[in-house]
Design a protein around this ligand. Structure first.
Ligand SMILES: NC(=O)C1=CN([C@@H]2O[C@H](COP(=O)(O)OP(=O)(O)OC[C@H]3O[C@@H](n4cnc5c(N)ncnc54)[C@H](OP(=O)(O)O)[C@@H]3O)[C@@H](O)[C@H]2O)C=CC1
Ligand SMILES: O=C(O)C1=N[C@H](C(=O)O)C[C@H](O)C1
Length: 269
């Protein structure tokens, strides 16, 4: 019997789903034992490897999440908010840990997700990379050190297929800046400027969004002060970065008590 961690992938045909399958395929610690797609998807009932244009894997793509999750130790989920809520419920039913990379949740979604942390280990992060999670810590530190005459702006750029804005990463960085300043992000965030907006309000944390081409993910945190600007930047060069982070998180959940965790917990930052 294999001692590899058994992983189910949701949204298997998506950009991140494919990258996760490739990354886990190269790992000597884990294997893909389940692949889930939405009902009616072309891949349902087909062998996962053949769907991806490779050799047969023996894993049949399914729309029955509960059955796929029951045969796995952990689910890795990069899909969409409504889908992830359903998958969290199924994972809680089967007692399977859930690693969530999906972004674009509302506050209500996040409250609903939290409830499942009582049943299973959930790791959720808007960005699974070491660099971005380190950057949240640095952002918090810089925001705490600089006074209110340093305006904080978060600028993010992504590919033209991305459906949510600002990105999950931008929101993590904005939250870190707000934490550093000891303020509530909801009260200071400025997320859309157009027309006669009036002057910038001191203390606001602004968000600006660029969408185009195949940009994997770029984030700047700008501290614009009197006579100087400090810019903290992260650039993701390829999606394998996020998949490797998600695999690290998945392996970390093995044997973990139920609860809500993030990548700071996983990475020990
Ligand atoms: N945390 C991180 O580090 C990262 C997070 N992300 C986030 O991950 C998410 C996915 O990104 P990406 O892979 O680029 O997006 P894609 O659109 O390429 O992939 C999403 C996949 O999820 C599937 N899906 C949607 N709803 C369901 C459902 N109900 N049941 C089963 N499958 C479903 C889609 O299927 P269909 O095509 O049929 O809709 C698609 O295969 C986004 O929220 C993105 O922001 C991305 C990269 C890194
Ligand atoms: O949709 C993406 O592609 C990405 N989404 C995440 C986000 O919303 O921050 C992470 C990464 O930047 C890529």
């Amino acid at each position: 019997m294999s001692n590899l961690a058994r992983i189910a992938i949701t949204g298997a045909s998506g950009r991140m789903g494919r990258m996760l399958i490739e990354t886990i395929g190269q790992s000597d610690k884990a294997e893909v034992t389940g692949a889930v797609e939405r009902p009616g998807h072309d891949w349902i009932g087909q062998d996962l490897g053949l769907c991806l244009g490779g050799a047969e894997t023996g894993v049949t793509v399914t729309d029955d999440a509960a059955t796929a999750f029951a045969a796995a130790d952990v689910v890795i989920d990069f899909t969409a908010p409504a889908a992830t809520l359903g998958f969290a419920s199924a994972a809680a039913e089967t007692g399977t840990a859930h690693v969530i990379g999906t972004t674009g949740f509302t506050d209500e979604d996040l409250t609903a997700l939290s409830a499942f942390g009582g049943d299973i280990a959930i790791v959720r992060a808007g960005n699974m990379s070491l660099g971005v999670n380190l950057l949240t810590q640095i952002t918090k530190q810089v925001a705490a050190a600089l006074g209110p005459d340093y305006d904080i702006e978060v600028v993010e750029a992504h590919h033209n297929r991305k459906v949510d804005a600002p990105s999950g990463t931008a929101l993590m960085l904005g939250q870190a800046a707000a934490d550093g300043r000891g303020v509530d992000l909801n009260e200071v965030s400025d997320r859309g400027r157009d027309g006669i907006t009036g002057a910038r309000k001191q203390g606001d944390i602004g968000f600006a969004v660029i969408r185009g081409g195949g940009i994997v993910g770029e984030h700047d945190v700008i501290f614009a002060g009197p006579g100087e600007r400090l810019i903290l930047r992260h650039i993701a060069d390829d999606r394998g970065l996020f998949a490797r982070g998600a695999l690290t998180a998945a392996l970390w959940t093995l044997g973990k008590a139920p609860g809500e965790y993030d990548m700071l917990d996983v990475l020990g930052l």
